[in-house]
Design a protein around this ligand. Structure first.
Ligand SMILES: Cc1cc2nc3c(=O)[nH]c(=O)nc-3n(C[C@H](O)[C@H](O)[C@H](O)COP(=O)(O)OP(=O)(O)OC[C@H]3O[C@@H](n4cnc5c(N)ncnc54)[C@H](O)[C@@H]3O)c2cc1C
Length: 225
């Protein structure tokens, strides 16, 4: 890997692996360019070919030896090209970009579906005891980072929109009542919200209901969903 001298991408990196989580979710692994450093929660623009560029949060943690991003495969031209990449193919990586990073202290992370990607990176980079992650998923099977989160010992509440029969936990959409119950010390915490725009807007209304002031809310919107 080398830093590119020209063009709209800062680096090129080879695809070194990929993982199918089922349900259309995949993690793609890239060799990390030697001088590429980033903060947990930041994103990069991944270019596959001229005109084929998308933003992806780095779901890998800065201390990990590779770069990873995680996405849902769709029928779009971009995702078809991404799925067709062979191991060793080079992609453009522009970044790191964005400021959706942990500011320190106790935190509540609210994720909608694929919006969990920055939180995998952040939870791997902060004391687990300071974090509560509430992850809205479609089904329990869509909680693809569960093993990672279990290994970290982080407090994670999975909230399936379609719970399996006999599900004892919270289900449906995340509400103010759920957050009050899960986070008794919410007044002491910063809230970080990430997901598709509709989820982020819904969480904005929930946090207003909880009277969390705007300066204690940090937001990342996955435009394009
Ligand atoms: C900061 C940031 C971080 C992101 N991180 C991730 C991540 O970690 N994982 C992930 O899966 N995705 C992430 N995304 C979203 C990602 O860039 C893609 O938009 C998404 O994966 C959908 O791509 P697609 O090729 O499947 O669909 P697309 O072909 O891009 O389109 C999906 C839908 O969005 C509509 N659309 C496309 N572009 C626009 C536009 N500019 N304005 C309005 N509507 C539009 C299309 O018409 C279609 O209905 C991130 C986006 C941002 C901005």
């Amino acid at each position: 890997m080398r830093k590119l001298p020209i063009g709209d991408m800062d680096y090129e990196a080879a695809l070194s692996g990929r993982r199918d989580w089922g349900g259309g979710a995949w993690t793609f692994r890239l060799e990390k360019p030697q001088d590429f450093s980033y903060n947990a929660g930041q994103y990069a623009v991944i270019t596959l070919a001229p005109g084929l560029a998308h933003a992806f949060t780095l779901s890998s943690a800065p201390r990990e030896p590779h770069l990873e991003f995680t996405t849902r495969i769709s029928e779009s031209a971009y995702k078809k090209a991404l799925s067709a990449l062979s191991i060793g193919s080079k992609v453009g990586v522009r970044g790191p970009l964005g400021s959706f990073t942990w500011r320190g202290g106790k935190a509540v992370f609210l994720a909608g579906g694929i919006g969990v990607t920055p939180f995998r990176s952040i939870l791997n980079s902060m004391p687990a005891a300071d974090a509560v992650l509430v992850w809205g998923v479609n089904t329990v099977g869509d909680a693809f980072f569960k093993a990672d989160f279990d290994a970290l010992g982080a407090k994670v509440e999975y909230v399936p929109a379609k719970p399996p029969q006999g599900w004892a936990g919270i289900s449906g959409f995340i509400t103010a009542g759920h957050i009050r119950r899960l986070v008794p010390d919410l007044a002491e915490r910063l809230f970080y919200v990430c997901g598709p725009p509709a989820m982020v807007d819904a969480m904005g209304r929930v946090l207003e209901e909880l009277k969390v002031p705007g300066e204690r809310v940090v937001v990342e919107r996955f435009g394009g969903y």
